[in-house]
Write a protein that binds this ligand. Structure first.
Ligand code: C2E
Ligand code: MG
Ligand code: MG
Ligand code: MG
Length: 279
């Protein structure tokens, strides 16, 4: 009896597993096609000064524009792309399109703000990574000061041995380094003592209501104070509500990225924001 039940269970499990595998294989092939066809494009989300609404930068966020014209968000393809290594090609494609975007605006005499690009931890394992980004930048002749490299806190932690060298080299080429999702992992503080990063992006988790907001506020303002003393700029991610803006004001930090000010948008729309200089 038990054996029978188990048998059915196993059969069911296997079937589900097969289905999931097939879906995964389909997705993998579709992404591979998408990479070959250049279907991954950057949306850009403004970073703004909360007092003046002045535009101070942007973050490029990958979107997959499928042949049917659907816009697919990173949650759907990034985890699988991290597993298979395809993320490396996607990141480079986004980076190159950002360089093209900046080049076109520089040529048109439009004042540009720095744009940050997300790079997966996988790049840090590749010794050529740095040369690749430098070469691409040279190819488009875009000033390195307009490019910020975003690495997640966990990527930095996993590579703590070479991240110091990496950061120094990036600095020597004029790029700045930003630590993404700060505060969502467990290693952040330990690492900050060794790695001279330029920007901390405070994870949006900090803005969510907590059981005791006064505790949250203390932690938040202490991070801001620490960063200020270390000469690290702060960008707060996921600023969605007026309360988030007020918290920032109370803690004396001024650069926000979030739906309250603007969502990630097609580069043509970001172009308009850049021309206007505020949003
Ligand atoms: P991230 O780098 O931390 O990017 C911020 C995410 O927060 C974006 O999600 C953005 O749309 C979202 N966000 C911004 N403001 C708000 C807000 O006010 N409320 C809420 N709820 N969300 C907000 P998105 O575009 O879906 O990207 C998710 C993640 O996927 C990114 O998180 C990043 O880790 C990854 N990702 C996106 N593009 C790339 C890429 O080109 N390369 C790599 N390696 N990863 C990428
Ligand atoms: Mg990011
Ligand atoms: Mg983030
Ligand atoms: Mg994130």
């Amino acid at each position: 009896e038990i054996k029978g039940t188990l048998g059915r269970y196993v059969a069911y499990y296997t079937e589900e597993f097969d289905k999931a595998n097939i879906r995964n294989e389909q997705l993998k092939r579709a992404v591979q096609q998408g990479i070959e066809n250049g279907e991954f494009i950057p949306f850009i989300q403004p970073k703004v000064n909360i007092d003046t609404r002045e535009l101070v930068g942007g973050e490029a966020l990958a979107r997959w524009r499928s042949p049917e014209g659907k816009m697919i968000s990173p949650g759907v393809f990034i985890p699988m792309c991290e597993q298979t290594g395809m993320i490396v090609d996607i990141d480079m494609m986004i980076y190159e399109k950002v360089l093209q975007f900046l080049r076109a605006h520089l040529d048109a005499g439009i004042a540009c703000v720095p744009i940050s690009v997300n790079f997966s931890r996988m790049h840090l394992l590749n010794e050529d990574f740095l040369d690749q980004i430098v070469r691409k930048r040279e190819e488009y002749n875009v000033p390195a000061s307009l490019i910020e490299i975003e690495l997640t806190e966990s990527a930095i932690f996993d590579n703590i041995d070479n991240i110091y060298v990496f950061t120094e080299k990036m600095h020597s080429h004029g790029f700045s380094i930003s630590m993404d999702d700060f505060g969502s992992g467990y290693s952040s503080l330990n690492m900050l003592k060794d790695v001279p990063i330029d920007v901390l992006k405070i994870d949006k988790g900090f803005l969510e209501e907590s059981k005791d907001n006064s505790r949250r506020n203390i932690i938040f303002s202490t991070i801001v104070e620490m960063a200020t003393q270390l000469n690290i700029r702060i960008v707060v991610e996921g600023v969605e509500f007026i309360e988030n803006v007020e918290l920032m004001r109370n803690c004396g930090c001024s650069i926000a990225q979030g739906f309250y000010f603007a969502r990630p948008m097609p580069s043509e729309d970001f172009s308009d924001v850049m021309k206007k200089g505020s949003c």
